[in-house]
Design a protein around this ligand. Structure first.
Ligand code: DGL
Length: 260
């Protein structure tokens, strides 16, 4: 049997990237590993995030995967170079989609919502500095959102208190775009859109890096001659460091429910 592609995230968020990867690469097999027991990563130190991420990446590599998709912005910002150095397989990773967001016309701001770690780490700050007008991007750490999502909460009106805490300072501003800089946030895009429509002026277009990352994965597989033969049926296997009876049904639901 052809070998699989390993997909990693601290928890449920990476399923939003996996969904795109399956759409772009329907004949591939995927092994997803969520470190749900240790989520959220975003409030941890760099050393902790690196240790946890490397352990998970090696767990996937030990399963004989042919490539690894890091479906976690926090892990990318913290230690993508270490992962690439330590693993023998190609590694593709997601990053906050500030580049397409900055191409959005208008004179308003771009809000980049992400974990505490992503917004302070040098790799992300370097990416921001390469944008044509870095000051247009306002970085907003949003601790608490991932905890709630990990509890299986996705309702449109279930995040207003936290969104108020982090976004009320911008209520009077024109906001051209909002970057979902954490893969978990893609699952609450309706809550964020609803909040933005109520409180900001401007287009408030939402951006995430998932589709671009899935296409990058397809390119890397092609380059390495690793793409699955079209005849093979694809599939997904879910693994978690948390309680499987609690998380498996949520993984399945997130994969299959297009509305979320
Ligand atoms: N889903 C993750 C990200 O994209 C990490 C969330 C967390 O564990 O804090 O950043």
């Amino acid at each position: 049997m052809e070998s699989s592609i390993g997909v990693f995230d601290s928890g449920l968020g990476g399923v939003s990237v996996l969904r795109e990867a399956i759409r772009v690469l329907p004949h591939e097999r995927f092994i997803y590993y969520g470190d749900n027991r240790n989520a959220p990563y975003g409030d941890r130190t760099e050393a902790e995030i690196t240790k946890l991420t490397l352990r998970c990446a090696h767990t996937l590599a030990n399963q004989g995967v042919k490539a690894i998709l890091i479906a976690c912005n926090t892990a990318t910002a913290t230690c993508i170079e270490r992962i690439r150095n330590e693993l023998d397989v190609p590694v593709v990773s997601v990053e906050p989609a500030i580049k397409p967001a900055c191409m959005q016309p208008g004179y308003g701001k771009i809000l980049m919502m992400a974990t505490r770690a992503t917004t302070r780490l040098q790799r992300y700050l370097d990416l921001q500095a390469r944008m044509p007008d870095p000051s247009r991007i306002l970085n907003i750490p949003c601790p608490g959102l991932v905890e709630r999502i990990e509890q299986g909460i996705f309702a449109e009106n279930a995040f207003d208190d936290l969104l108020d805490t982090y976004l009320s300072a911008y209520h009077t501003m024109q906001i051209d775009g909002i970057v979902l800089g954490c893969t978990h946030y893609v699952f609450i895009r309706n809550a964020i859109r609803r909040y933005a429509t109520m409180h900001f002026s401007g287009a408030c277009k939402l951006f995430d890096g998932n589709e671009a990352t899935a296409h990058q994965l397809a390119r890397v597989l092609e380059e390495h001659n690793m793409a699955s033969d079209a005849g093979e049926p694809g599939g997904v296997e879910f693994h978690t460091s948390g309680d499987p009876s609690r998380y498996r049904p949520i993984f399945d639901m997130l994969l299959r429910q297009p509305g979320i």
